[in-house]
Ligand binder design. Structure first.
Ligand SMILES: [Zn+2]
Ligand SMILES: [Zn+2]
Ligand SMILES: [Zn+2]
Length: 141
């Protein structure tokens, strides 16, 4: 909790219990969390409050939308590279076809993409396949 309070303080946000609850829910989830899961674990929240809280956390560079599957948005914590000015993610969003888990995968190399005549500030890469846990469980050994 102290760590989460610190994250909010650094972004000039008051550490309200609403924000802390939402942040704790997102950071305790072991992959990107579907919006409906956040709703489920925070039953005392009305829809508007939750929606606003999510929006302000995204605005301030604390969380980001990892992907959208169907109607469902998935959210994940940001690292220290994001702030209220900009989100900077050196990672890709991976959706497992088997367990449907969405994860932020950090790459060992910085992704460089260049398009003639354009300046690229942000890159959002989505990938899908089979995650390490599912690969492990399907291997014969
Ligand atoms: Zn971010
Ligand atoms: Zn999987
Ligand atoms: Zn991510």
């Amino acid at each position: 909790m102290e760590q989460l309070k610190e994250i909010l303080r650094k972004r000039d946000l008051k550490a309200t219990s609403t924000r802390l609850d939402v942040l704790a829910t997102i950071s305790n989830y072991n992959s990107a969390i579907p919006y409906s899961e956040i709703q489920k674990s925070l039953v005392d929240f009305d829809r508007v409050t939750l929606y606003r809280t999510i929006n302000i956390l995204v605005d301030k560079g604390i969380i980001h939308k990892a992907t959208t599957i169907g109607e469902e948005a998935y959210f994940a914590m940001c690292g220290t590279t994001c702030d209220s000015e900009d989100h900077q993610h050196d990672h890709i969003h991976f959706t497992c076809k088997v367990c449907s888990k969405v994860s932020c995968l950090h790459l060992s190399d910085k992704i460089m993409v260049s398009v003639p005549g354009h300046q690229i500030d942000q890159l959002n890469i989505e990938a899908s396949g089979i995650c390490d846990a599912c690969l492990d469980s399907t291997s014969p050994n």
